[in-house]
Design a protein around this ligand. Sequence first.
Ligand SMILES: NC(=O)c1ccc[n+]([C@@H]2O[C@H](COP(=O)([O-])OP(=O)(O)OC[C@H]3O[C@@H](n4cnc5c(N)ncnc54)[C@H](OP(=O)(O)O)[C@@H]3O)[C@@H](O)[C@H]2O)c1
Length: 185
Amino acid sequence: MARPGRIEGLAIVSADGMIADATGVQPAALKLEADQRFFFEAVRRADVLAHGRNSGEGGPSAAQKRRIILTRSVTSVTADPHNAKAVLWNPASATLDTVWDALGPSGGLLVVIGGTDGFGLFLELGYDVFHLSRADNVRLPGGRPVFPGVPERSPEQLLAGHGLKPGDTQVLDAAAALTLTTWTR
Ligand SMILES: NC(=O)c1ccc[n+]([C@@H]2O[C@H](COP(=O)([O-])OP(=O)(O)OC[C@H]3O[C@@H](n4cnc5c(N)ncnc54)[C@H](OP(=O)(O)O)[C@@H]3O)[C@@H](O)[C@H]2O)c1
């Protein structure tokens, strides 16, 4: 059975732990240049991306990237009829090993880019690394949380509760109160 060699996740959250506003849109206030540079570098490093229907990275290189698209519209794992580089995966009926076998890489880096349920699924499956950016000037009450269980618990409490430990916090943009903390197992 093939497995990813390493699973990383990354997200930028508001002060209240949200990745998008109450309408499901990631606002401009959460699209900050220093974080976007970090995000696209992680996407570039990935052998495979995993995400839900509304969380693809977009941009000119997207068509070249292998990806796993989470969906409840299929059973198990099927080829994406619209994208030869993608598979559709329903995690309720197939394991990560099964979808990784379908994609073919041996080992390799899987990078999880959201949204809420996808981030939460891999929190249970086990991240090796999670890069958590915070834009502490932004609040998005009623928004989409980074993990199920936020805001009752903070993203940091949930990461710690799943066995991850924080590294040093870097300031990416002081004016925007934007920081990045990498959590590792
Ligand atoms: N700030 C950040 O770092 C960040 C990161 C990611 C996304 N975002 C933003 O957050 C918003 C997220 O949108 P969204 O909540 O609609 O999330 P999404 O995860 O992109 O899309 C939701 C869809 O993904 C599928 N899905 C998700 N989890 C699944 C699971 N466990 N099993 C099977 N299918 C699953 C379902 O597709 P089907 O309907 O096909 O079944 C579901 O309807 C977007 O605005 C995005 O831009 C922000």
